[in-house]
Every structure is written in C-alpha cells, then in structure tokens.
Design a protein around this ligand. Structure first.
Ligand SMILES: [Mg+2]
Length: 177
C-alpha cells in the first residue's frame, strides 16, 4: 500500500517544507505541470510560479516533467526552466530521462504532483520521495484526467479501508475535486 501513498501531502506547492527536503539530502525537484503549477486551461506559468521556482533553483535543480504535449509545455515554460514533455508517467522511461537531464540519482529526487495514478505511483516506482498536492483547478481537467481521477477515487477508498491511520496522516486533506 505504501507504494501508492505519497511521503507527504501539502495543499499546494507554496506550503511544501523545502528546508526539510534539503535536510533529507534532496537535490532535485521534479514538478508536474498541469494542475500542480497551473490549471490545464492556462497557457503560461504565472509570475507567482516562476518566482517561486526561481527561488527554489538557488537550492535545488528543478525539472518540469509532464505527460502533456511538447507544444503546450514549451509555450508554458518557455526558457524559464528545464522541462520534459510526453513523459508517460507512471512509466519509468520519462523519469529516467529526467534523471539524465538533471544528472541526479533517484534518492536525491523529490517528485511533486497532483495525481496518485501518475505522479505518486510513478515516483514511488522510481524510488523518489513523493509529494502530493491538491489540483490547482479540478474543473479544468479533461476526459483522460477524469478517467484517472475515477481510478484514483477507487484507490483512495481502498487505502482508507486498509490503512485508516496512514490515510488520515497523508490523504485526508487531499481534495481532487
Ligand atoms: Mg497534473
């Protein structure tokens, strides 16, 4: 069950205790794009996001890693940050490319995302430290994500039934819609 549960949950990327990650030996942050940084229907990273990630780059290597298309990602991120599109999370191939791009090893990476089925399960498979955040705007999600959310709800129910203590600790405040 632990393979499907994040190490930590925060309401959003601004609440994450980054100092704690640094203390754990994390050198690299993998951020999901859609609904982790910006809603699906917002074209560009906001100034708030850019400033936050720029600040983090003083302490960490930052990679934006997404299953979305290259065109969307390139437009959103521009020349601001390193990115990887078409990552095929939760499969390992994209994450492995991410390790190469950032010259990191799995134990140095914290992966931050808003979906259990892609971000958390993928990160856990890789041996990353996994952080779940609430989606920025659940209403902006399209059909593929809605399907993932359906599977996610089933998984959440299962976790709650099997390990209520762990659920309460790390998933109780997760609000995917
Ligand atoms: Mg997402």
């Amino acid at each position: 069950m632990n393979k499907k549960v994040p190490n930590e949950f925060y309401p959003n990327i601004y609440n994450i205790n980054y100092q704690n990650l640094k203390d754990k030996g994390i050198t690299t942050l993998f951020f999901d794009l859609d609904n982790t940084l910006i809603p699906y229907d917002v074209a560009l990273l906001t100034d708030e996001v850019v400033n936050h990630l720029k600040e983090l780059e003083k302490d960490f290597k930052v990679l934006i890693i997404t299953n979305n298309k290259n065109r969307r990602t390139k437009l959103a991120v521009g020349n601001n940050f390193l990115f990887l599109a078409n990552a095929k999370k939760p499969f390992k191939c994209g994450f492995k490319k991410g390790l190469n791009l950032t010259n990191s090893t799995p134990n140095e990476v914290a992966s931050i995302g808003d979906q259990l089925m892609t971000d958390v399960i993928g990160a856990k498979k890789m041996g990353f430290y996994s952080i779940l955040v609430n989606p920025v705007d659940p209403k902006s999600e399209g059909i593929p994500t809605k399907i993932n959310r359906f599977r996610e709800r089933c998984l959440l129910k299962r976790i709650k039934r099997r390990d209520p203590k762990l659920y309460k600790e790390r998933l109780d405040q997760f609000e995917p819609r």
